[in-house]
Design a protein around this ligand. Structure first.
Ligand SMILES: Nc1ncnc2c1ncn2[C@@H]1O[C@H](COP(=O)(O)OP(=O)(O)OP(=O)(O)O)[C@@H](O)[C@H]1O
Ligand SMILES: [Mg+2]
Length: 257
């Protein structure tokens, strides 16, 4: 289980996470939605130990990650794969080397096995034949999928996804949703998905949480979340719907309501 307990974080004089608590059970998917600047990416960075809380705890199967350092921290981080916002590939390494990076950092894995695992990961995200390409040669959707391949290449039990479908067309977005679903159901992956995409949120989330000014203001199953009379929830749902209509996107206009 992955747990945040009463996390408080101030950045540049602003309280970004305000006593944030949440839990994700093993094999479950928690979706975090919220407006830009709500603290979603900062929350993910705390989960994986890239940021330390001013106070509060981060627990991975009961083990404290917020206070871990050095080898203990690396050990705990091995449980995680992360898809960073935008994909975040290293531009001067080709796709193969980017995806292989977490395996090479881990060490002790032979080049032959690395090759096999990288191929499998790229096949899983439906991105064959780009291994020798450099990131600037790829489209946004390809970069995202390569970032996803890198997140899953170590077969981590926990995967954090920061905006996995942002900027992708609806077909590609749904295929990413299917992949998140598949990883959860076939490999029992525990996931946290940060997204603005409500179709994605409602299709992959066991639980959906609305983060507002560094706090969870609503949490429930997709059905409970949509029925929550909390005005912040309803205005968020309405704002997302307006967005999709503005873009004239037929598929997304028929979003669950
Ligand atoms: N390293 C940092 N230093 C200072 N302020 C930061 C840092 N990282 C984030 N912030 C601030 O914390 C707040 C929350 O940022 P965060 O990136 O978590 O938002 P978000 O919910 O992920 O938004 P978006 O949907 O735009 O990605 C913002 O006000 C941001 O400016
Ligand atoms: Mg963000």
């Amino acid at each position: 289980m992955l747990e945040l307990r009463n996390i408080r974080k101030t950045l540049a004089g602003k309280t970004v996470l305000d006593q944030l608590s949440l839990q994700v059970e093993r094999g479950r998917t928690l979706v975090i939605v919220g407006s830009s600047g709500a603290g979603k990416s900062v929350a993910l960075q705390h989960m994986i130990g890239l940021m330390k809380p001013d106070s509060g705890e981060v627990l991975v199967d009961g083990r404290p990650l917020h206070s871990a350092r050095g080898r203990a921290l690396s050990e705990l981080r091995r449980s995680f794969g992360m898809l960073f916002q935008g994909g975040a590939l290293i531009n001067w390494m080709n796709v193969f080397d980017n995806v292989a990076l977490p395996l090479r950092e881990r060490g002790g894995i032979g080049e032959e096995e690395i090759e096999e695992r990288v191929r499998q990961a790229l096949a899983l995200v439906n991105l064959p034949e780009v291994e020798s390409k450099m990131p600037p040669e790829l489209s946004g959707g390809m970069l995202r999928r390569a970032g996803l391949a890198r997140a899953i290449v170590t077969r981590p039990p926990i995967i954090l996804y920061d905006e996995p479908t942002a900027g992708l067309d609806p077909v590609l977005s749904r295929s990413i949703d299917q992949l998140i679903h598949k990883l959860q159901h076939e490999m029992n992956v525990t996931s946290v998905v940060v997204t603005h995409d409500l179709i994605s949120a409602f299709s992959v989330g066991d639980q959906v949480a609305l983060l507002h000014q560094g706090r969870i203001v609503s949490l429930g199953t997709p059905r409970q979340f949509q029925a929550d009379p909390e005005p912040l929830v309803q205005s968020f749902i309405e704002a997302q719907r307006m967005n999709h209509v503005e873009y004239g996107d037929r598929e997304q206009r028929d979003m669950p309501s």
